[in-house]
Design a protein around this ligand. Structure first.
Ligand SMILES: [Zn+2]
Length: 274
């Protein structure tokens, strides 16, 4: 693989040896295992990143196992945001980790620096390499964050309701930070984990006005702008935190349109039988 970025081997030409060693042709390579190999390996893909580091990916066939879920009795709706990554209808606030935020800042700076270097110059090549390195760090940190968050959510909640991401719209409103935080790839990761843990992930309609609806009285407030982090309902006078109000609406919409739990305005912990 002198020039290729990646190649895939199917049944022949490779052999997995013990001690994290992989034999391709006559050469034996040693690799660092990031995750246990689960199931029967079907294909082996070797990839090279812009920094020249090599990665090996095993795609595996896993025999179908019935999912046994330990129910937690918890469900919630979640709203995506830039300041708080996910806000839950139960008041949970989940932030993107500080190291990722730092790396994203460093990446923006490196990008700016690259743009000031003359094309074809040695300085530019160096600046490019620096940027690639930060890119890689960002990608790794973001991926680790997504996996951890997905696992946390799927073990805490039986059912999760989310908005259907409209990435074009979000980018128009929020700019490139949307791509930085990787909402779409988080949703993919969440589905992957949910499939394994037996967690239900509901997506509510993209046209559902989760932000503009008052979660107390149900009136629609068209006057809300993107800058309003908090607002007071003109009908019932309740003051809402924007993201939390949206998360409550997402949760209720999820529960009612998917035939889930009965929808109630009272907090889930209130016991009405007494
Ligand atoms: Zn209201």
């Amino acid at each position: 693989m002198r020039n290729a970025k990646s190649f895939t081997l199917k049944q022949a030409g490779w052999k997995l040896l013990d001690g994290n060693r992989l034999k391709i042709g006559a050469t034996v390579y040693k690799f660092a295992k990031s995750r246990e190999i689960d199931g029967t390996v079907k294909t082996v893909t070797i990839k090279r990143d812009p920094l020249g580091d090599l990665y090996v990916y095993f795609s595996c066939l896993i025999a179908g196992q019935p999912i046994v879920r330990r129910m937690t009795g918890q469900s919630a709706g979640f709203d995506f945001g830039l300041t708080t990554y996910l806000t839950g209808s139960d008041g949970t606030e989940l932030q993107a980790p500080q190291p990722l935020k730092h790396s994203l800042k460093a990446l923006a700076k490196a990008n700016l620096r690259l743009s000031t270097k003359q094309k074809g110059s040695c300085n530019r090549r160096q600046a490019r390499r620096h940027m690639d390195r930060i890119h890689k760090r960002v990608a790794n940190q973001r991926q680790a964050f997504h996996w951890e968050l997905a696992r946390d959510l799927c073990t805490t909640y039986d059912t999760l309701a989310l908005e259907t991401l409209n990435l074009q719209g979000m980018k128009a409103l929020w700019g490139r930070k949307v791509s930085d935080l990787g909402f779409a790839s988080f949703v993919d990761t969440l589905h992957h984990v949910a499939n394994k843990t037996g967690t239900i992930v509901q997506h509510i309609s993209r046209w559902f006005p989760s932000t503009k609806l008052c979660s107390t009285c149900g009136c629609l407030n068209q006057a809300i702008t993107l800058r309003d982090r908090a607002w007071t309902c003109p009908d019932c006078g309740t003051t809402h935190r924007r993201d939390h109000n949206a998360a409550i609406n997402i949760f209720r919409e999820g529960a009612s349109s998917h035939g889930g739990n009965p929808v109630s305005l009272a907090p889930a912990s209130v016991d009405c039988r007494s």
